[in-house]
Design a protein. Sequence first.
Length: 299
Amino acid sequence: MDTHTSSANPVTLLGLGDMGTALARAWLAAGHPLTVWNRTPAKTAPLAAEGARVAATLAEAVAAATGPVVLCLLDDASVGETLDGADLSGKDLVNLTTSTPAQARARARWAEERGARFLDGGIMAVPPMIGHPESGGYVFYSGDRPLHERHRATLEVPAGARYVGEDAGHAALYDIALLSAMTGMFGGVTHAFALVRPEKDLDQAAFATSLAEWLGAMAGIAHGIAAQLESGDLTKGVTSNLAMMTTGNRTLLATARDQSVDSRLLGPFMELMRHRVEQGHGDEGLAGLTGLLRTDGAG
């Protein structure tokens, strides 16, 4: 573990769920003086035994903070309820509570009105990945740029830090966009296993290896879509166009029927592809579907 002992700044941490506890242990292991507070005091005992200072009250925890005040709570409403009435003037708030982009922007204004500096974060890791750089976990940060630079070394102790802009909502937007893509992938993986599950002589583990390799190989499509959207040329670099994929979808659906698999996970996406082709864009790749998904009419 990278201990960052040369920049062991004090940290105040509010919230000791699974993620908060993992964050706390990473900072303690790196030698950072750590003050913790949790609504349920019993959760602070193990960390106190490991060297954390336990604040008796929320007000005490915030008042004593000379470094970042990190929040890792249940939701955005919990942040407002927890800090209600606390003197935040001059404090550096780093909010790692999962929220929507709109909530993050509103919370940044809320903090500014109370004299605090604000940085929002979206954690792209699960608790076991925290404190282990080799795991690949990281946190998106957005908001006050000088605040991020001031505390970057400290924030990088639990997981990598990726600053994505001064708009306080961008970290949450990155977070939710990536999780949304992951959810779609989970749907495809689930459908794939449903197809092969009945085959008694098919090695599920071997299939999983092929599936993971294939998904990894296909992940680069994200760069192609970005290039098309930025250039405005939605046919740029297309190797498998929508017309071809829509024709191929018939075989995918026929196989699902033959294997007694419901196509509800894939059907809506395939319908979008078919609709785009009917609009006369069969030579495009998938980038044009983003416009069909927008409810505000923005292409």
